[in-house]
Design a protein around this ligand. Sequence first.
Ligand SMILES: [Zn+2]
Ligand SMILES: [Zn+2]
Length: 327
Amino acid sequence: MMRAMVLRGPGTALVEEERETPVPGPGRVLVAVEACGVCRTDLHVVDGELPGIATPIVPGHEIVGRVLAGGPGTAIPAGTRVGVPWLGATCGRCGHCLSGRENLCDAARFTGYQIDGGYATHCVADERYCFRMPEDGDPADMAPLLCAGLIGYRSLVMAGDASRLGIYGFGAAAHIICQVAVWQGREIHAFTRAGDEASQRFALGLGAAWAGPSEAAPPVALDAAIIFAPVGALIPAALRAVRKGGTVVCAGIHMSDIPSFPYAILWGERTLRSVANLTRRDGEEFLALAPRVPVRTAVTRFPLGEANEALRRLRAGELQGAAVLVP
Ligand SMILES: [Zn+2]
Ligand SMILES: [Zn+2]
């Protein structure tokens, strides 16, 4: 038997269930979950803010665990530590998949959204989308790398060679990507909710050159900005903060509506773009890079049964770094 925290309908609290432990089918592995990060996307899933969600579903897409058994045709040996990310399956045949953009596949399926995820003692994953994870080290420390880290990394790449980089919303992804960007020699300007001095201190402690409220103008014009907070009003704020030719990257899967803004703040060849999902290549690149920095995650651990409390604290902005469920 296994235990899982299940979303039975949008906008409801997760319910703890006992289930039969699944038997992995062809190409699938059964994973004993060691830790699962709590991502802001999980809030959007629970709140019913993403299209086409089918409940019941087990959330969670930052999974670190050990393979217990493989279905027919699998290659990963039992006992291997793996990471299971948001990208759970793609078609492999469409134009996006064949051009290195499997993150945009229309037939993609996602862990913790269309495939039962890691808010559980066990999960089943397609082994082709799993990453090998270090055998030693604390799985709770690694879990946030699998989405906050990967999506943050893809967003950082999309920001180009910006040396002065703004980060709006200093949560799990920002605290990881700030470390990578500082290591790369970039100057980080961290924007938080007004009055959130704890997050501003946290950012400065991770090497940010400046931290302040998101409405404030930075002390210098920025080359690029990444918006992690799901707040559409930050788009005009970020466009005003970047220089001509600069880029604003929206990293989230969901955002509140964007208020109208004058064309003049986009003009000057500024670029506004989003980042969607991840490719397996992003994962391989980032997981190789993280130990070189080295990235040190700040995590708050919760027992599996306290998933609702972890989500509440994430929503309230009461966490520094990332929340992680440990079954
Ligand atoms: Zn495809
Ligand atoms: Zn995520």
